[in-house]
Design a protein around this ligand. Structure first.
Ligand code: DX5
Ligand code: ZN
Length: 217
């Protein structure tokens, strides 16, 4: 059986306490920390950029998984790599040169991730797999936390077949909770991003609910 990793998204954390929130979810059993970067252009919301990633980096012991919902991507790769991203994920829809972008992410020393919006087929990554360490399947339209899950079971199964025995993660992002997560794990995903379902009911001063929420997923 594949070991499933849980990657809490700090989009649902207290923005005034990112350092403490990252440490708290890790202490409560998070495998990775997922960091959502939005530019108000590729997606209709704005979060933060490389300076914030650099500031939270020392508060994360494990993998900092940075999801870039920005366009263009290439001018900012070095800044996010210097900020300490372990995984840097770009969207196939963010520009005409995703192949070049993935090459540049690896050249900058990061694991390269490629994300697919719900409307984008699995086949969009068919010629990218040798440049890719992670495929992120969006199960919401990116931009906001707390949205309703869009079932991408067929896409995940297709990707698992396309990937074969390559060491590539399949990550699911959006609407993961105790009902939807098992569907995606069964379809072949091994990294589950969860924002609202992890952070609900807890806080940095009362982090135990984070642990219970992680275990419930
Ligand atoms: C959506 C983000 C997700 C989001 C998930 O654009 O990429 O990572 O935080 O939030 P939930 O788990 O609440 O759907
Ligand atoms: Zn995300």
């Amino acid at each position: 059986d594949r070991k499933i990793k849980i990657a809490p998204s700090i989009l649902a954390a207290d923005f005034a306490n990112f350092g403490a929130e990252c440490a708290a979810v890790e202490a409560q059993g998070a495998d990775w920390v997922h960091v959502d970067v939005m530019d108000g252009h590729f997606v209709p919301n704005i979060t933060f950029g490389p300076a914030t990633c650099a500031a939270i980096r020392p508060h994360i012991k494990g993998v900092m998984d940075v999801h870039l919902m920005i366009a263009p991507v290439d001018p900012y790769i070095d800044a996010f790599a210097k900020a300490g991203a372990d995984v840097l994920t770009a969207h196939v829809e963010a520009g005409p040169h995703i192949h070049r972008t993935l090459q540049a992410i690896r050249a900058a020393g990061c694991k390269a991730g490629v994300a697919l919006n719900p409307g984008t087929p699995a086949e969009a990554v068919a010629h990218l797999l040798d440049l890719t360490d992670l495929v992120c399947v969006m199960t919401v339209n990116p931009g906001f936390g707390g949205q309703k899950f869009i079932d991408m079971t067929a896409k995940v199964k297709t990707l698992r077949q396309m990937i074969g025995d390559r060491p590539i993660h399949i990550e699911i992002d959006g609407g993961m909770d105790p009902n939807t997560a098992p569907l995606m794990a069964r379809a072949g995903a091994d990294v589950l991003v969860a924002g609202s379902a992890v952070f609900k009911g807890g806080s940095v001063s009362d982090p135990a609910p984070y642990g219970a929420n992680i275990r419930a997923i």
